[in-house]
Write a protein that binds this ligand. Sequence first.
Ligand code: DAR
Length: 316
Amino acid sequence: MKIVYLDKPTYMPDSFVREMGKLGAFEIYEDRPDEETAVRRLTEADIAIVEWTRLTADMFARIRRLQYLSLVMTSCDLIDLPAAGAAGIEVSNCPTYSARSVAEHVFALLMAVNRRILHADRTVRQGGSHVYGPFLGKELFGATFGVIGTGRIGQEAARIARGFGMRVIGSNLSGREVPGIERKELEELMRESDVVSVHAPHNDTTRGMLSAELLASMKPSAILINTCRAALVDEEALFSLLRDGRIAGAGLDDVAKVRDNPLYALGNVVFSPGSAWYTREARDANMVELLENIRSYVNGTPKNIVNGKYLSGRRL
Ligand code: DAR
């Protein structure tokens, strides 16, 4: 059994390498391959681990031998899932490792925006003391926290919000009820929330779901926190609303336009570079979850399969 890590691990503890060695011949590639190289590497393996590389339908049509791949992360938008299924390749993700870390980061961004922490920090470094004027905040206690997406991360964010004494409302596409989260339609949630926090996967259904119209329906005092893919949000509309004071602020862990984004000029936005998940605990949990995926597949009981409905039968 040949197992490859396709594209430069963020983290690779020795214990992981040892455990993988028990499951097959494990090879780690320490660069991010171009398309041709990726196809070649995947054709030389039975099992692959993928962290960074986009795998398209065109690539899956050319990949031979590979039976299974596990994504290192929760998001599945790197992979053309139907095409992987049509090629007989099962795909798993790591769905749980980052839930608490991302939820905590929601509040790091929220507190930074709400209490203007970056501006406050600059003020002190420039010799300011007991300066109040620009720093008038708003208590979270009693405010309404709206979670869009009530899966693992949304539920963790809700738990923390309740700890602040917030009222929690939530919307989801599945229609399921979650204890402690009052279910609302998305339109109502946007209108009623003091804080909106997005926790939905990025796919064809959710892309652009926070439209200009929905964003414009938020309270002028409301704050948007997005620790999901930027593609869920109409970023140009968000910019105009923030610039014009029609939304109070935003905390963003991802941006659609990385270079020269007009949002960078705004003082009521705080950014992080996709690091919401990145804690010691989540990094370790990620490797445990990944190892468990591979081990389960090798033992004939695959888990966390995300393209089951597209599988057209295994290769021989
Ligand atoms: N987008 C988040 C974080 C991915 C980063 N994790 C890595 N590189 N191991 C996700 O889980 O989808």
